[in-house]
Design a protein around this ligand. Sequence first.
Ligand code: SF4
Length: 335
Amino acid sequence: MGRRGRRKARVAGITALVPPELIYAAGWRPLDINNWIPGSDARPRSKLCAWTASWREAILGGELKLDALVVVAGGDCHNALADGQVAARNVGRTHYFFYPFDGDAGYMEGQLRALEGFLGEGLRGERAHDRAMRALEEVAAAKRLGLRLEALRSAGRADPGSTFDALISFSDLEGDPARFGGKVERLIDASRDFRGTEGPGVALIGVPPIYRDFHRACAEAGLRVVFDELPYEFLRLGGHDLRSLARSYSTYTFARPVEFRLGLLKRELSRRKVRGIIHYAQFTCHHLLEDGLLREELDLPMLTVQGDLPGRTPAQVRLRLEAFGELLGAGKGAI
Ligand code: SF4
């Protein structure tokens, strides 16, 4: 379960985005405890959201072993806070991390210092300094490659499915930023042989689909995904010291008021000439409540898909994707 890097560093599980730069700089290895779920057949016994319930049960059952757990307690998800507190009973050390709703970079810097203190070593201190600087540069280099791959995919010159799989892993860089950077570089090289994709360009917004083959299902429906909202957040945020990390991560749109998120969405959707939007929402996730507002503000045809348990994209969702593809071919309307 999960992804294993070559280093023997201690593993800090993260429930949502926590700056991986800082965790690597402190000599730990971040593990996004969500990333194994789409590839699994997890069926949590007691749940609201299948994401948080799956990792909660895996931690309590001992299948997911962590040296520490960092719960994003002030961000975009109260289910994670509740399930994180329960899961914490089977992890030696737990830290609660808060994003500033108002984007206050000073507050964000205080949170990064608190996380640094929890991990024991951070960007300060002579002994740790060289390692921290190396880690920061490795993550930054991987993210530069990720942005190149993302741009190729948006231009229709890289496969949307394998690009998504790589981009979603930027939350933890698969436990080894240098090795992960190499993997992204190979995807960029492979894109030279990519024959291109057809169909109207669509944006996938909202939380990531829990279906492992969702991008393939979109492609089969004639839809060309040119923007993945949350992975783009993982990629675009970064920094080379506490202050720049704080400035950057205080703009994490999922932890800010929805108007702030809409600003970034409007910019990116226009830049990529998106023709339609797929809004993925998870069963019982409060983000579904934003659907009406997103429809009002983003003046494009929108298909809302709600998923629950991990697995392959269900037949009825595929049918709706196909109908949406046909609709976009006609050029107007909404489902
Ligand atoms: S899908 Fe919604 S409820 Fe579930 S973990 Fe993500 S933000 Fe939280």
